[in-house]
Structures are given as structure tokens and as C-alpha cells.
Design a protein around this ligand. Structure first.
Ligand SMILES: [Zn+2]
Length: 74
């Protein structure tokens, strides 16, 4: 783990930088959380857009059936 402030190497188990005294910050877990959030967000967006497309397609099919039925009765 490297210091965020000065870039010096901080040994495992040390919670503070031996060079500048800044508190050690673990960046990796935060990066992993962001990546997981992105992976979760993308399929949800796709599912939402698929639902919208499905609704639009079903509405157009129902409307076309109605138009055919009305034109047949007239
Ligand atoms: Zn430092």
C-alpha cells in the first residue's frame, strides 16, 4: 500500500505513513464497490429499457388489432 499524500510505501499493518504521518487510505475496496455498482446499474437500465420497448410494442399491436376490427365492422 502506498501513501496517498507523499507516495511512500506503507508496510502491511501500519495505519499511518512512516514518511509524512498521513493516515493510510485503502483505495482498492472503494474501487471494487464502484465497479460492483456499475455492474449492477447496467443490467437494471437494460431491463428498464426492455420493459419500455415491450410496453410500446404491445400498445402498437393492440392499436393495430383495434384498427383492423373497426375497419372490418365499418
Ligand atoms: Zn506519506
Amino acid at each position: 500500500m502506498y501513501c496517498v499524500n507523499c507516495g511512500a510505501f506503507i508496510k502491511e499493518g501500519h495505519s499511518y505513513c512512516t514518511n509524512c504521518g498521513r493516515k493510510r487510505v485503502d483505495i482498492k475496496p472503494v474501487e471494487k464497490e464502484i465497479v460492483i455498482e456499475k455492474i449492477i446499474e447496467k443490467p437494471y437500465e437494460k431491463k428498464a429499457s426492455d420493459k419500455v420497448i415491450y410496453i410500446l410494442v404491445s400498445i402498437t399491436i393492440i392499436l393495430s388489432i383495434f384498427i383492423i376490427l373497426i375497419s372490418n365492422t365499418i
